[in-house]
Unconditional design. Structure first.
Length: 222
């Protein structure tokens, strides 16, 4: 049975708010932990400020494992950890754990690649001018790589929107939960269509804003 169109917003808007809440919390965790992890990944490599092949190999292996698992498999695999950390394996809190575990290594690799795009001569110049490793990382590496980091952040946000929809299968709320429980299980075509259109529009909006910020940052850095 289809929900009348005039009642769809009453279902859709709260779900959209739950999706936004999940993505904001997860991305705060991802940026907070993924940025330093990406910095260490690059600087522990042979091209970095403090090459440590063994450290780089270990961190790279861990991040590769995190990126290699499909999100649905990861979500199921970390249920014991999720229950340990948040006390439940359903709802928004439960979704945040696997989403963060998927997002952190992904963003770390994006940060590493962004820093790798900074000309090595600029890093050498920062060192030659007496900059400490922290100053070179902050002002040269992250400063020059900022447009590429923001581009990576945009990609990561879109991925988290998609993951939040998948997390609907564990009752996490949001657009995914609404699509599964109303659109699919109740054969509600109106709700399903509204969920699909909303996800497409949100993705387009995030990409548009991210692209504009990248262009602005690129102009400012010239």
């Amino acid at each position: 049975m289809n929900t009348p169109w005039d009642q769809v917003p009453d279902l859709l808007l709260p779900a959209l708010g739950e999706t936004a809440l999940m993505v904001v919390i997860v991305m705060a965790i991802v940026v907070l932990l993924g940025t330093p992890l990406g910095v260490v990944l690059f600087n522990a490599s042979p091209l970095g400020l403090f090459p440590r092949p063994s450290v780089h190999a270990v961190i790279a292996a861990v991040t590769n494992v995190g990126r290699s698992l499909p999100f649905l498999v990861l979500m199921a695999a970390v249920i014991p950890l999720t229950r340990l950390l948040v006390g439940t394996n359903i709802g928004i809190r439960a979704a945040i754990v696997p989403m963060a575990l998927a997002g952190i290594p992904f963003f770390a690799r994006l940060v590493e690649n962004a820093i790798a795009g900074v000309p090595h001569e600029e890093m050498n110049a920062g060192v030659a001018l007496g900059g400490s490793p922290l100053q070179v990382i902050r002002k040269v590496q992250l400063g020059e790589a900022l447009p590429r980091v923001v581009a990576g952040l945009t990609i990561n946000i879109i991925a988290m929107v998609e993951y939040s929809a998948i997390a609907g299968v564990i009752g996490a709320g949001g657009i995914g939960y609404l699509a599964v429980n109303y659109g699919y299980q109740r054969f509600d075509a109106h709700t399903m269509l509204a969920c699909v259109v909303t996800l497409v529009l949100v993705t387009q909006l995030v990409q548009f804003v991210g692209d504009r910020v990248v262009v602005w940052l690129s102009r400012e850095s010239r």
